[in-house]
Ligand binder design. Structure first.
Ligand SMILES: Nc1ncnc2c1ncn2[C@@H]1O[C@H](COP(=O)(O)OP(=O)(O)OP(=O)(O)O)[C@@H](O)[C@H]1O
Ligand SMILES: [Mg+2]
Length: 252
């Protein structure tokens, strides 16, 4: 944990190549404490690669990742990541999945139970504590995967298209759920998505990536309050911004 840190995650001049394939071409970005930074980019541009580099699972070819001004190398408990395919252990019950991190960090049995019970309630999965992941719906599984990472109370949460596999209505419910969850737990969030609507519904700021090799082509604040709900979809400013950003993605 960063302890005294505030959770400011910065990338400076990140390049990443796999052999001759250049994927990241000098990414500079900042995910600010208590805010959601939506990172939007076309399919295959390097979003998951960027997230893995920020999480420390991949080393950049050059450039650096800093947390509260301190250069990072390799993964640490400061940055919790929910991978594109979700991360629950299929052989563990939901309760044991959520308890995994707190147990590994040697919290007492009482502390583990308190963390797990609170997250089961926050995810609306109280009745499914003893279920295996395969017994949950897709939306429940994604909520559980996010809760599993939040159980470690990381100052930084990295989300890779967490709702990409869900239908449009469930996704909208998930957006409202996530906003409410984060309101209770101030966290730096970097949300990778290819969905403009999702980026605008959840983000406080938006960072737009080009086609591969990815670089940042635009950064803009999202001018809607933290309490925005799905009603914002009908807001004229939202509709206009969505069309503008979509056009930018298509021509990035
Ligand atoms: N470990 C790796 N080795 C070689 N190439 C890789 C590796 N990881 C990713 N790539 C390549 O990097 C490019 C970007 O992949 P990445 O998964 O980061 O894109 P993405 O933007 O997340 O795509 P999607 O929108 O489909 O999730 C792709 O061409 C992919 O083949
Ligand atoms: Mg991806």
């Amino acid at each position: 944990m960063s302890g005294t840190g505030t959770g400011l995650l910065s990338a400076r001049g990140l390049h990443k190549s796999f052999g001759d394939l250049s994927v990241l071409a000098g990414i500079d970005l900042e995910a600010r404490p208590g805010q959601v930074l939506s990172v939007l980019g076309p399919s295959g541009c390097g979003k998951s690669t960027l997230l893995r580099v920020l999480a420390g699972f991949e080393a950049p070819t050059s450039g650096e990742v800093l947390l509260d001004g301190v250069r990072l190398s390799g993964p640490s408990a400061d940055r919790g990541m929910v991978a594109q395919a979700g991360g629950l252990f299929p052989w563990l019950t939901l309760r044991d999945n959520l308890a995994f991190g707190p147990r590994a960090s040697r919290r007492t049995g009482t502390q583990v139970t308190a963390v797990v019970d609170e997250l089961l309630s926050a995810t609306g999965l109280d009745g499914f504590a003893d279920a295996l992941p395969k017994q949950l719906s897709g939306g429940m599984r994604q909520r559980a995967a996010i809760a599993q990472v939040l159980a470690n109370r990381p100052p930084v949460l990295l989300l890779d298209e967490p709702f990409g596999a869900l239908d449009a209505q469930t996704r909208l419910r998930m957006h409202e759920w996530l906003r409410a969850l984060l309101a209770e737990r101030p966290t730096t969030v970097l949300l990778v998505t290819h969905d403009v609507e999702e980026a605008l519904l959840l983000g406080d700021r938006l960072c737009l990536l080009s086609n591969r090799p990815a670089c940042v082509v635009d950064e803009l604040p999202v001018p809607f309050g933290a309490d925005r709900g799905r009603a914002v979809l009908a807001d004229a400013e939202f509709v206009r911004l969505k069309a503008t950003v979509l056009e930018r993605v298509l021509t990035a």
